[in-house]
Design a protein around this ligand. Structure first.
Ligand code: ZN
Length: 288
């Protein structure tokens, strides 16, 4: 109990310290980003510990746990409570990863890293924006950091494997949305079978500018084209994404529902999302 209070106090102190340097954009128009969601077991040792829409994933191993994405700054206590509700220790988090360096996935990263002492591994393409809290993001004006800056302990390159306690996650470089957006491909198993899981960072387009008018990211069009082409070729059993709405969590899982990994086997849903994104990309480069 004492330790619990201590951690909550630490979290609170971090918010106060960070609030002075960091301006997180208002999310009042997106209440589903802050709303809690009951944590649950997706498949084998893979768990959902995010908010209603900001997907965060916990992979539990005998050598400690891997946390992918951290939501907004205010998501830290939600993630901590979700991990503990599942019966795991927040402080057993050993490796931190993100699918992209935007504030809705990086908001609580610095605070969680400090409290858990976990190692942050980041796609090389996002290392610079992570280090300045998103201030140098090509889609922003460079005046504020939308999240607390945090230094990566290790940089990842396309195809690198993140290993911990028998788990092996392959990092797939899927740039465009940010310069270092990425997905993770790995196997989990339960008593019945093995599942190949893809945590996909879908290449949604965020800039209103023409791709040719973004000097801070000259290769943006080429990167989106590459990401769309390579993502179409991936094979997996289960797919998930950076936002719960992107992979249709609410249609596949009801809060409190029994363990059912098969609900997340949905190739068609993935292909439909990629087709929509391909259409948006094609319209964009055709100037429509
Ligand atoms: Zn984003």
């Amino acid at each position: 109990m004492k330790k619990h209070l201590f951690l909550i106090t630490l979290l609170a102190i971090h918010y106060l310290a960070l609030a002075q340097k960091v301006t997180e954009p208002s999310t009042t128009a997106r209440p589903e980003w802050s709303k809690p969601y009951p944590p649950f077991q997706i498949a084998g040792n893979l768990y959902y510990v995010g908010t209603y829409d900001l997907a965060c994933y916990l992979i539990v191993t005998p050598k400690g746990n891997i946390l992918i994405n951290t939501g907004l700054a205010s998501s830290a206590p939600i993630i901590k409570a979700s991990i503990e509700t599942l019966g795991f220790k927040f402080t057993d988090t050993k490796i931190l990863l993100t699918t992209q360096a935007h504030y809705d996935h990086m908001g609580a990263m610095a605070a969680i890293k400090k409290i858990t002492g976990a190692k942050l591994m980041v796609d090389e393409g996002d290392a610079a924006v992570v280090a300045d809290g998103g201030r140098s993001d090509y889609a922003l004006d460079g005046n504020v950091s939308p999240y607390a800056p945090v230094k990566a302990d290790q940089l990842l390159h396309n195809g690198d494997t993140v290993k911990l306690g028998g788990m092996a996650l392959v990092m797939l470089h899927h740039p465009g949305h940010t310069k270092g957006s990425c997905s993770y491909l790995f196997d989990v198993k339960d008593k019945k079978r093995k599942y190949r899981v893809l945590i996909a960072n879908l290449p949604t387009i965020i800039t209103d500018k023409k791709f040719s008018e973004i000097p801070a990211y000259p290769n943006i069009a080429r990167d989106y084209a590459y990401t769309l082409a390579t993502m179409k070729k991936l094979t997996f059993d289960i797919w998930l994404a950076s936002h719960a709405s992107q992979f249709g969590l609410y249609g596949k899982h009801k809060p409190g529902a029994a363990y059912n990994p098969a609900a997340f086997i949905d190739r068609n849903g993935y292909d439909t999302q990629l087709k929509d994104l391909q259409d948006q990309f094609t319209k964009k480069i055709n100037g429509k």
